[in-house]
Design a protein around this ligand. Sequence first.
Ligand code: NAD
Length: 508
Amino acid sequence: MEDILNQLGIRSQNHGTATGTNWVESSGHTIASFSPVDNKQLATVITTDEAAYEKAITTTQQGFLEWRMWPSPKRGEVVRQLGDALREKKEALGKLVSYEMGKSLQEGLGEVQEMIDICDFALGLSRQLHGLTMHSERPGHRMYEQWHPLGIVGIISAFNFPVAVWSWNAALAWVCGDVCIWKPSEKTPLCALACQNIVSEVFARNGVPEGVSTLVIGERDLGERISADNRIPLVSATGSTRMGKAVGAAVGARLGRSLLELGGNNAIIITPDADLKIAITACMFGAVGTAGQRCTTTRRLIIHNSIYDTFKEKLVAAYGQLRIGNPLDAANHVGPLIDTDAVSHYLAAIEQSKKEGGHFIVEGGVLEGAGYESGCYVKPCIAEAEPHHSMVQHETFAPILYLMRYHTFEEAIAIQNGVPQGLSSAIMTLNLREAEQFLSHAGSDCGIANVNIGTSGAEIGGAFGGEKETGGGRESGSDAWRVYMRRQTNTINYSNQLPLAQGIKFDL
Ligand code: NAD
C-alpha cells in the first residue's frame, strides 16, 4: 500500500487543511487512519482548528469572486481535465478507497469511475445552464430568467462513499461557478487528501484561483461549524438521518439552503410473476454488497406468500456460497465493516431483533482467526420479521436482511412505504400492471423506484436521492444542478412607456 500512498502524494503525517495547492498550518489534534481490512495504521492527518478554518474560508470567499467570472464552458474544460487525471489515477485511488474504507476493489474502482462520469456529465452541463424566457404581459417588455452561482458550497460526506459523493457535488458546483469547502468523514481522511492532491495539480496547471477547492478535516464539530456558517449559502450533507436533522436545523435557522442525502431502508417486492433468477442476484448484490454499508443497500424483502418458501430456500442456499474476507482479493464477496463500533451496532441490532421476535434463518456473528484480525468482518444474516418491528423500521448500517410475507399487492405497497425513510425501492415482476402500479403516484414513495433491478447501483445521469427521512435532496444527473445556483428573473423595458403593475397610475 505504501507505493499507492506515494503515488497519491500521501505521507505518513499530513496536513489536513488546504485551499488548493496551498496547505494551511493548523494546531488541531491528529486523526490516525486505520484500515478495517487488517487494522494497520495508514497515516495521520492534522485536523482543522478554528484559525485554520477562518483562513481557509477567507481564501474560499476570495476564490469565488474570481471563479464566478470564468465562462462556464471554461470551468467545464477544467473539470474535463480533472476527469482525465482521475482516469490516470483510477487504479491507485480505487485501491486506496478499498483499503481505507473496506469495500471491494471492484467497488473502489467503480467509485472512481463514477467520479470520471460526473466530470463528463459536468462538462456537457457547463454549456446547458439555461433558464426560460417568458412572454411579458406588458407591451415592449421582455422577461427571462438566468441562473447565477451561489457562492461557497459546503460538502459534508459519509465514510461509505469517501470520494464519489464529493465529486458529484463538486463537479456540478464548479461548472455552476461555485467554490467548495469539503469536510469528508473523519473515518476516511486519506481518500480526501488523495482527491485534493489530484485536483490541485489540475487546477494549478489551469491557473484556477486558490479557494475553489478547499479541504478541511475534522469530526462532527467541524460539520456543525460549516452548518452554522452564514458565509456558506448551501450545505450538501450526506450521512445518517440523525446528522441530517442536525444539519437541516442549523442551516434552516439561518435560512440557508441544504441538500440532504440521508439514510435509506430499501425494500424489494418479490411478486409471483418475478423472474426468480434475476431476483436472487439483485437481492444478494443489494443486501451484502459493500457489507451492507450502502445507503441503497437492500434491507427488506417483501415476498408474496405463494413463493415465500421457495424464494427463502434459494436465498439461504445463495448465502451459503458467500466468501467473506479481504476486499482487495477479487475472490471475496464481502469485506469488513468500517470499524468495531459498526460491529457493535450490528450485534446490538441482531439482539434487539431477536427480542422483538425476529427469527434468524441465516445466523450472524463476528468472524475470528486468520485474515479476520481487525475484528471488523461479520456474517451477512437473514431474519424473518414483522414490518412493525423497530429493527425493521430502522437503518442498521450492516448486512442484516429482513424477510416479510404479503398476500395482496396493496399490502406489499403499504409495507414498502411503511418506514420513515424513502430512498430506494424495487419490484420484481413481469406483470405490466403491477410494475406500472408500483411506479405510479399510488405506488412506491421513494426517490428511486426500479423494476427488475435491485435497489442499489444508481447511474449518475439520473437525479439521486430520496424522500421523507432520507432528506429530499437530489444530486448528480437530470436537473440536480439547479440547487447549486440562484434563479434571477429579469424584466427589460424597451418601450417609451412605463406601465405600472396592477394598472396603477402614478402621474407626476
Ligand atoms: P454520519 O452521519 O455518522 O457522518 C456523516 C458525516 O457527517 C461525517 O462527515 C460526520 O463527521 C458528519 N457529522 C456527523 N454529525 C454531524 C452534525 N451533527 N453536524 C454536522 N456534521 C456531522 O454517517 P456515516 O456513518 O459516515 O455514513 C453512513 C450513513 O450515511 C448511513 O445512514 C447512510 O445511509 C448514509 N448515506 C446516505 C447517502 C445518500 O445519498 N442518501 C449516501 C451515503 C451514505
